[in-house]
Write a protein that binds this ligand. Structure first.
Ligand code: SF4
Length: 54
């Protein structure tokens, strides 16, 4: 990795991926709420998908 490349955490990467995958601003709920309701259990990220911050 070059010194100019910004490191991104695994958590931030998963969050960004799930948000890109599922979030629809026209649908009800925050992106975290929508991702929490994801029903694609075959996805490898499903067990670690982001959920609303309590
Ligand atoms: S867990 Fe759901 S929202 Fe996240 S990448 Fe997989 S299918 Fe998309």
């Amino acid at each position: 990795m070059s010194s100019t490349t910004k490191r991104i955490s695994l958590r931030a990467s998963i969050n960004a991926h799930c948000k890109d995958c599922l979030y629809d601003p026209k649908e009800k709920g925050t992106w975290r709420k929508q991702v929490e309701r994801c029903t694609i259990t075959q996805c490898h990220l499903h067990p670690v998908r982001p959920k609303p911050i309590k």
